[in-house]
Design a protein around this ligand. Structure first.
Ligand SMILES: Nc1nc2c(ncn2[C@@H]2O[C@H](COP(=O)(O)OP(=O)(O)OP(=O)(O)O)[C@@H](O)[C@H]2O)c(=O)[nH]1
Length: 821
């Protein structure tokens, strides 16, 4: 029996088969064929495994990042060539036979349960050696008269297919039997047969040598010719050429409805109308036509922004299945492939995390696109204040509203998730205000009330309100967890937290967000990143290694980051990045980037050019002389050993300072920030470099190394990152300085007054000299305080002693007097 499937003809023809109807195909692919192929080849349901290794799983980052036609990335075309969504040949083969089909399989059949004919080369050789000679008997090919000996000496890609002719004929018979069974099944369901797991399990692949395949094909075409001559059933006649009737009918219906649409775009013919005009088209054809029609309409009317599911046409009849039968693929599913469902993010938990730089709120987000848990680190210490948060809880107005609007809070976290949710449940997931403690627990207000207040607050916002500092950071296990020096990711994360905290002043507390996206290895995943490193060890750079592995140099997307920022109430930001793609992506997603703040690698901030190096060397000499003098003084002062051992700790950020010349208190830091003083920024930086607390990265502080240098340079030179390379060696241009001053400094240019002031700054940025100098200063300061205290105590004791002596003297005098008297 002949069977027809909903596959386009050019697909069927790529699968040589003994099926006469589908074997010969010469009609060219029509646009409908292509539309259908397109539809079939982009059909995976959410969570479904890829059909081939080339096809990314739906919802996976690579699926999200699959290059679009309008993608302007330079290597989009190359990527598309390397990793096409699906290979049509593989698609055709797998639709008919199973997902494990590869390009090299060309003939498949379902057979009765039998042992697989695929065996390893060693097994096959062993079997051949042990086989009786009768098994290797030659058979005579009746058509050519040539004698062929089918030994198992076939090698190469067909090595596993050394079946003898008898086995092949058995298989052929099995195949025909199975095909006719499937055809029966198909004719009862009209469209593509569902292949059961059992059938899959009994599937036997036959990779025959070419000569054998040609013979089989010749036999099959002879049979086909014979059958077509004798066939008299009009229902089995292909409607156009040897095209399956269901598809041909669908195409004609589709053409009719398209024409009607072109004539009058407002009138969309109901599926019943074209059906009435044709002579009894099958239900399947009508369904197919409807599917094609709806899809084409969707594509043509799709806006550039994601559609809401509600605006899509109802599921209607389902493609590929008779009405009433369940199928995983509905029209709604189809539409969701055309445009992914609108992105939704929700914050599931929020908690306070103390970091070496200060406190942050860690938010965990889930979304409906990539199944990953992304994070947002919100730095907004004012939220910890009970007074501030009480405003939110009580419903602020006017200035209070403006103050509370500054708080970066997740709308999805604060909202009531259900009417049954208790206050305690909300608090436990992080929807609380103020600082949570054993005696203070107050749930935050729900979304609607808060949004209303936010509107008030926006109206009341003052003009000098600056946008929060935001960093979009991509996960990097190697850089952040094991301290890899191939990249500066760990350092960047640390630096971002530090910089955001550093924006705080007495009047304006720090405020910013680090969105931590789980896009390891620029979106290619840890596995591929590790392989990319091996390619880099072989001489490739970070860009070419990615491309060699079939990826774009950067496969990340930022729509989820933008959604998270919007959820946190960030509508505009100052972005900490060197990557122009990030800025563009955020702007595209509706988050305004009012300013870019450079992320200067710490190692490059140390690299301050030849001229400055010379001056730094001079300053260092001067300092060493001063240090020696100070050391001499120190040795003259008696001092507890405990004081000396604590000196480095004293220099860490937040610890009490004892010498105003070399350090600054928190309040002095605030005033420096108020004045936007570079020196203050430098001090902050130096403090950070010298800190000894916290272990966010192994070997924290500055990431250095030749591989890091290469990585950074490649990003600048090949990926367009906006960072000036440092000068290399003596006499190099100082233009490299632009961008290597502190990123938050107003001007990126080096200061004109290259005097001792600049020298001071340089010296301060040298951690080693600073460590010595500062530690020594602290030690000295502590020692002199101790010495002063000792002196004071001694003075006191002396004073007391002299006083006592005087009293004694007086008493003695009195005694004498009394005696005299
Ligand atoms: N594929 C690949 N990814 C890398 C490599 N080195 C680091 N990464 C990843 O790159 C991501 C960080 O991206 P970067 O290009 O360093 O920086 P960026 O985030 O684009 O730009 P900035 O905002 O300026 O920091 C992290 O996910 C790292 O895991 C590499 O050699 N190959």
């Amino acid at each position: 029996m002949t069977f027809y499937t909903a596959q386009p003809q050019h697909l069927s023809s790529s699968r040589p088969s003994s099926n006469p109807a589908s074997f010969h195909s010469s009609s060219p692919a029509t646009s409908s064929d292509r539309a259908l192929l397109d539809m079939l080849s982009t059909l995976p349901a959410p969570g479904q495994a890829p059909v081939s290794r080339h096809q990314p799983a739906f919802g996976s980052p690579s699926f999200q990042n699959a290059p679009l036609a309008n993608d302007k990335r330079p290597l989009a075309t190359l990527a598309a060539l390397r990793r096409p969504p699906i290979d049509p040949i593989i698609l055709a083969a797998s639709l008919s036979s199973g997902p494990h089909v590869t390009r090299h399989h060309f003939h498949h059949s379902y057979g009765a349960p039998r042992q697989s004919k695929q065996m390893s080369v060693s097994q096959r050789k062993e079997r051949l050696q042990n086989a009786p000679s009768s098994e290797l008997a030659s058979t005579s090919d009746s058509s050519t008269g040539r004698s062929k000996q089918r030994t198992a000496s076939v090698s190469g890609s067909y090595a596993n297919c050394d079946l003898n002719d008898e086995a092949l004929e058995n298989l052929e018979a099995d195949a025909l039997r199975a095909e006719s069974e499937i055809a029966e099944l198909v004719s009862s369901t009209s469209l593509v047969p569902a292949v059961t797991d059992e059938e899959q399990a009994y599937y036997a692949s036959r990779q025959a040598p070419r000569s054998q395949r040609l013979r089989l094909e010749a036999d099959a075409s002879a049979k086909a010719a014979k059958q077509s001559a004798t066939a008299n059933s009009p229902s089995l006649q292909p409607a156009r050429g040897d095209r399956p009737p269901a598809l041909a009918e669908a195409q004609s219906l589709h053409a009719q409805s398209s024409k009607a649409l072109t004539d009058d775009p407002d009138v969309r013919p109901s599926p019943a109308a074209p059906m009435a005009s044709t002579s009894q088209p099958s239900k399947a054809a009508a369904q197919l036509s409807e599917a094609l029609h709806s899809r084409q309409q969707l594509i043509s009317s799709a806006p550039s922004t994601p559609l809401h599911l509600g605006s899509l046409p109802s599921a209607g009849p389902q493609l590929g299945m008779p009405v009433g039968q369940s199928t995983p693929m509905s029209l709604a599913g189809l539409s969701s492939i055309v445009r992914p469902p609108p992105l939704h993010v929700r914050c599931y938990a929020r908690t306070r995390i103390p970091t070496p730089h200060g406190e942050a709120f860690c938010h965990l987000y889930r979304n409906n696109h990539d199944g990953k848990e992304h994070l947002a680190l919100v730095i907004d210490p004012a939220q910890n204040s009970e007074e501030t948060m009480a405003h939110i809880a009580d419903g602020p107005t006017g200035e209070d509203a403006a103050a509370s609007s500054r708080h970066l809070r997740s709308a999805t976290l604060d909202e009531m998730w259900s009417s049954e949710e208790t206050e305690m449940e909300r608090i436990v997931r992080g929807a609380y205000v103020g600082r949570l403690g054993p005696s203070f627990q107050q749930a935050s207000v729900g979304r609607d009330a808060r949004l209303g207040r936010r509107a008030d607050a926006v109206a009341a916002r003052t003009e000098d309100e600056t946008a929060p500092l935001v960093r979009i950071h991509s996960e990097c296990y190697t850089g952040e967890t094991i301290g890899s020096q191939r990249c500066d990711c760990g350092e960047q994360l640390d630096e971002a937290i530090r910089l955001i905290h550093a924006t705080g002043t007495a009047n304006r507390p720090a405020r910013g967000v680090i969105v931590y996206l789980r896009q390891e290895g620029r979106g290619i995943g840890l596995l591929d990143k590790l392989m990319a490193y091996n390619l880099q060890d072989m001489g490739h750079d970070t860009v070419s290694a990615n491309v060699l592995l079939g990826h774009l140099p950067d496969a990340r997307k930022y729509d989820i980051a933008a959604a998270i920022l919007r959820d946190l109430g960030v509508e505009d930001c100052r972005l900490l990045t060197n990557n122009p793609d990030k800025m563009e992506a955020l702007e595209r997603e509706g988050v305004r980037v009012s300013e870019r703040v450079a992320m200067v690698p710490r190692a490059w901030r140390q690299e301050i050019g030849a001229k400055h190096r010379r001056r730094r060397a001079a300053r260092r000499r001067e300092h060493s002389t001063r240090s020696k003098t100070l050391k001499k003084k120190a040795s003259a002062v008696p001092m507890d050993s405990s004081v000396l051992s604590q000196a480095p700790m004293e220099s860490s950020k937040g610890s009490p300072r004892v010498n105003a010349d070399f350090s600054h208190s928190d309040s002095s830091r605030e005033s420096e920030w108020d004045e936007e003083s570079d020196d203050g920024l430098e001090e902050e930086y130096v403090d950070h470099v010298l800190r000894r607390s916290g272990a966010t990265m192994l070997g924290a502080s500055i990431t250095r190394g030749p591989e890091l240098e290469r990585y950074l340079r490649t990003k600048v030179e090949r990926m367009g990152h906006l960072l000036d390379l440092p000068s290399n060696g003596e006499g190099a241009s100082t233009s490299a300085f632009s961008g290597i001053r502190h990123p938050l400094a107003e001007s990126a240019e080096p200061r004109e007054d290259e005097n001792a002031e600049a020298g001071d700054a340089e010296v301060r940025t040298d951690p080693e000299s600073l460590l010595d100098e500062k530690d020594l200063q602290h030690a000295l300061a502590a020692a002199s305080t101790q010495a002063a205290e000792q002196t004071a105590r001694a003075d006191q004791r002396g004073h007391e002693q002299s006083h006592a002596a005087q009293e004694d003297d007086a008493e003695e005098g009195e005694t004498v007097l009394v005696k005299r008297n």
